[in-house]
Write a protein that binds this ligand. Structure first.
Ligand code: ADP
Length: 531
């Protein structure tokens, strides 16, 4: 390389740098330590209507009107102290308007300290215009909110030594309300104004608290947690409160700003899902009605069994009552025997009333009702209602119930209905088998995150061991069958988040029906309820 080439290199590099900065639609300049412009890119021409040559040598105070320059002084002091500063501020444009700009001052430090600073000025009016057109002209309801108040609350807790301020927030309704009070609305779009029944201007500056009913506190805390953890988005279905006090089902979504640091302004969206939720509720009601109709039909098949289950203890009550009277009528009444007879009466009467209560529960129509219970108690209740029917059909019942099951959160009556249906089907399938070979096994076990129930028989199985048709509505191979039992069972199991299917190994080897119900997190079943 010749010495001449070496001389040219810095010049060429400078030229390249100028070409590069001129091509950028951003104001780029350099001011020396006396705030005199030493470099300005070509974009200054388009923004100020003054060429770089005209600007170089001018102090910064001549770039800006005095009142705007005065507002820059605190930032200039900070950059002179060696700090890189970023801020948003208006900058005069050659068309006479003020353009909102994102401004950054980057200090240049020399051997003797502060040697000047680079400035970068981005026109954000275009982006803001784009944002406004999306914000205003949208079918989705938007709120632009200021969340800095909540961030400040959480940071104050961290400074006080709280290690998990979100967990602290989540467990204290008063803190949640205070956090809601601290979130301020900057603006809402027309869609949000009509969704919440508010006046767009009146709502600006107010807190969001009035729109969040207590039932939606978890959703609110979830969004604060997502923002605090630095997640990109948060989405949840919840209910919010309109100004007129009506509740509205919404899909609530947040997209948090991507740049590092705690979010200040966040735009959150709401999609009105009330229509969908209403349809889902109507569908759930139809399904519940259908399940009820199927239960009543099943009860019809169980009449003989239930009558026997009730008659037997009632007969025992009568017999023990007579015996008690006889012991009393003796010349010397035997009070010990009388007491024993009365104890038996109470025991038998309790048995009868339990069967009646179970039957009544199955016959009752009601909204589906979930509760946390131990799975085997449900199996025992179901067995109590069909036992007599099994006896009459010469079916030998085996229970293989695991004693380490977790509880489940389910509609007990509906699961009983499923289990009873499977047991009756099994008994009917084995009706033509030789006596002594009719075995019904009801098992439960813990499998993965679920409890698995199995009802297996030694009947003929089903054609080709293909279970795909069995669960279809109105599929039946019985002369008086309705073909609804398994179809309703599938609806019930799937509504619980489980699966149901049928298996057989080959013709004549029997059938097994299995269904699962997700385990409920929490305590184990106490041992005595497993029996
Ligand atoms: P239904 O009992 O009124 O026929 P289900 O929906 O309960 O209605 O059952 C549908 C069909 O599935 C039955 O008709 C029968 O063909 C078949 N099926 C059910 N359970 C068994 C079983 N344990 N073994 C063999 N086939 C069965």
């Amino acid at each position: 390389m010749s010495p001449l080439d070496q001389l040219d290199r810095p010049l060429a590099a400078l030229e390249e740098l100028r070409m590069l900065t001129d091509a950028v639609p951003v104001l780029i300049s350099f001011f020396d330590e006396n705030l005199v412009c030493r470099f300005a890119n070509a974009h200054h021409n388009r923004w100020y209507g003054r060429s770089p040559q005209e600007l170089i040598g001018l102090p910064m105070s001549e770039f800006l009107p005095p009142e705007i320059y005065a507002k820059r002084l605190p930032y200039l002091a900070r950059v002179a102290a060696g700090e890189q500063v970023s801020f948003d501020a208006p900058v005069p444009h050659r068309d006479g308007t003020l353009h909102d700009a994102a401004i950054r001052y980057v200090p240049k430090m020399g051997p003797r300290g502060f040697a000047g600073f680079y400035t970068l000025v981005f026109d954000v009016a275009v982006q803001q215009h784009r944002f406004r057109s999306v914000f205003d002209g949208n079918a989705v309801a938007f709120w632009e909110i200021d969340v800095s108040g909540v961030t400040a609350l959480l940071m104050a807790e961290v400074e006080r030594g709280v290690t998990d301020p979100i967990a602290q927030l989540a467990t204290d309704p008063l803190r949640i309300r205070a956090a809601m009070d601290a979130v301020r609305i900057i603006d809402v779009n027309d869609k949000a104004a009509s969704l919440f029944g508010v006046d767009r201007d009146a709502v600006a500056g107010r807190s969001v608290s009035r729109f969040w009913p207590p039932a939606s506190e978890t959703a609110f805390v979830g969004s604060v947690a997502a923002s605090f953890q630095g997640d990109a988005t948060y989405e949840v279905e919840t209910v919010l409160l309109r100004a007129d006090g009506r509740l509205v089902d919404v899909l609530f979504t947040c997209a948090f700003p991507r740049d590092a640091g705690p979010a200040h302004y966040v735009t959150v969206g709401f999609v009105d899902i009330s229509e969908r939720v209403a349809k889902e509720r109507a569908l759930a009601k139809v399904q519940a009605d259908l399940a009820h109709a199927a239960r009543v039909a099943t009860l019809g098949e169980l009449t003989a069994s239930i009558a026997h289950e009730v008659n037997q203890p009632l007969a025992a009550v009568a017999a023990n009552g007579n015996a008690a009277l006889r012991w009393l009528n003796r010349p010397v009444p035997d009070i010990g025997e009388v007491k024993a007879a009365i104890d038996r009466i109470i025991e038998e009467a309790t048995r009868a009333s339990e069967i009646i209560a179970r039957t009544r529960a199955l016959a009752m129509k009601g909204e589906t009702e979930r509760q946390v219970f131990c799975p085997n108690t449900m199996v025992h209740d179901a067995v109590a209602l069909v036992r007599r029917q099994l006896d009459a059909g010469g079916v030998e019942l085996r229970l293989e119930l695991a004693d380490d099951l977790p509880p489940i959160n389910a509609d007990r009556i509906q699961l009983q209905q499923v289990t009873i249906n499977l047991m009756i089907n099994a008994a009917q399938a084995m009706a033509d088998q030789p006596a002594g070979t009719r075995q019904l096994t009801v098992a439960s076990r813990h499998e993965g995150d679920a409890v698995l129930f199995e009802v297996a028989d030694t009947g003929p199985g089903f054609p080709g061991c293909d279970s795909s048709k069995l669960f279809g509505a109105f599929y039946t191979t019985k002369p008086t069958g309705m073909g609804m039992g398994l179809s309703v069972a599938r609806t019930i199991v799937e509504a619980h988040g489980g699966v149901i299917d049928a298996y057989c190994l080959g013709e004549g080897t029997g059938a097994a029906f299995r269904f699962t119900v997700p385990a409920h997190d929490g305590d184990d079943c106490p041992n005595h309820t497993q029996v």
